[in-house]
Write a protein that binds this ligand. Structure first.
Ligand SMILES: O=C(O)c1ccccc1NCC(=O)[C@H](O)[C@H](O)COP(=O)(O)O
Length: 224
């Protein structure tokens, strides 16, 4: 049987070291996330982001991630990091998210929430896509909490990334369960917050690619 005409996109999030950015690019990761959220243990200063940008090969997105940062902070981070994509993970509305003139992803805590695709699209109509995370609404990302497959809206018609508690050992099953457009991982590929592990990064990518080679329709009832 032929493989599905599909490649699950991969975003590594919360990188703080240029060497980790370089390896992510070599492994063929689609995007790396740099976090400016005050509540994050993976936060970088705008000055650090410049070196992370410099380590990035071409054709890989740099995602600048915010959670309820004020406009001045977002503008300062954009000026230093020069991201290609923004991600907002807090209570930002569509008008704020789009006011910086860059495409944006909206991170949404889906744990315990009954949010359908129509509601998400109505609240953030200009989002380029969504990061559906396993934590509860209002909490910070990077929590390691898994997202129940049943919480994934069936009617979301823009690209969306599955996030929350993914790691090399479970990402293949997670992809087979819900066939997301992409996957997003922070804690599952690191030794300590913001310090990625080369072997885990490599194994994560290998497991995603292995799941991509399996025919669609091998879905499992739950992610876990
Ligand atoms: O990762 C953080 O520290 C973080 C803090 C505040 C807001 C968002 C944050 N991360 C957002 C992401 O996109 C993470 O990759 C996602 O939540 C998955 O994290 P994990 O469960 O550790 O894989």
């Amino acid at each position: 049987m032929s493989s599905p005409p599909f490649r699950t996109r991969i975003k590594f999030c919360g990188l703080t070291r240029p060497g980790d950015v370089r390896l992510a690019g070599e492994l063929g990761v689609d995007a790396v996330g740099v976090i400016f959220a005050a509540r994050s243990r993976r936060r970088v200063a705008p000055g650090q982001a410049e070196a992370l940008h410099a380590a990035l090969p071409p054709l890989v997105d740099l995602v600048a991630l915010f959670m309820d940062n004020d406009e001045r902070e977002v503008r300062a981070a954009i000026a230093q990091a020069r991201p290609t994509l923004l991600q907002f993970h807090g209570s930002e509305d569509d008008a704020f998210c789009r006011s910086f003139g860059l495409p944006y992803l909206k991170g949404v805590g889906m744990g315990g929430a009954a949010l359908d695709g129509r509601t998400l699209r109505a609240r953030w109509p200009h989002a380029a896509g969504f990061v559906l995370d396993g934590h509860a609404p209002g909490q910070a990302g990077g929590s390691g909490q898994r997202l129940d497959a049943a919480s994934v809206p069936a009617d979301l018609d823009v690209p969306w990334l599955l996030a929350g508690g993914l790691m090399p050992d479970n990402v293949g099953d997670a992809i087979r369960a819900v066939r997301p457009w992409g996957v997003d991982v922070a804690g599952g590929i690191e030794l300590a917050p913001g310090v990625k592990d080369g072997a885990l990064m490599r194994r994560f990518v290998e497991q995603v690619r292995a799941a991509d080679l399996e025919p669609a329709g091998t879905a499992m009832p739950a992610i876990g």
